[in-house]
Design a protein around this ligand. Structure first.
Ligand SMILES: [Cu+2]
Length: 164
């Protein structure tokens, strides 16, 4: 009888702890924009890069002197596609309700991977001017990655799940 009571008390403690851990779990509503930031200068001020930025990442664009501006042969331009914000911190077990809006780039092929590399949001295409909503739970501690294959590796957003 004493053992049965001890078991019951233990079960209650586990139940209460489980309930409070579940209540602790938050849903984060995150708004992300897919954007392109641009920069440029002229070759008389700064020589263009020796390595084409497109060889560093598909997310970087480069217009060399002569191609950037027909009226200014010295002008060269660079740009980078990115998720903004690109980093979000949550706690393990939290849910992320992501709303994404495509500002720049006609199409982005995106997906979300868990820290162990499994897909938590399957590959899909996001087009300019549209808003998309996806949800996933960060069950594992570590980095969940939103990746765009068209502009990898630089067009990546990280949802870092801190261990509980
Ligand atoms: Cu992209």
């Amino acid at each position: 009888m004493k053992n049965a009571l001890a078991c019951l008390a233990t079960a209650l403690v586990v139940l209460v702890a489980g309930a409070s851990a579940a209540q602790d779990r938050l849903t984060h509503t995150v708004f992300i924009s897919l954007v392109e930031v641009k920069g440029g200068t002229t070759a008389d001020k700064l020589a263009p890069p020796g390595v084409n930025p497109k060889e560093v990442s598909k997310g970087y664009e480069f217009k060399p002197p002569g191609a950037a501006d027909k009226n200014n042969p010295q002008r060269w331009e660079v740009s980078s596609y990115m998720f903004s914000p690109g980093h979000v911190t949550v706690r393990q077990g939290d849910e992320i309700a992501l709303t994404a809006f495509v500002v720049n780039g006609d199409v982005h092929e995106v997906w979300v991977t868990a820290p162990d590399g499994t897909d938590v949001v399957p590959k899909t295409k996001w087009s300019r001017g549209r808003e998309y909503q996806v949800r996933f739970r960060a069950d594992k501690a570590g980095a969940y990655k939103l990746v765009c294959s068209d502009h990898a590796p630089s067009m990546t957003a990280t949802f870092l799940a801190m261990p509980r």
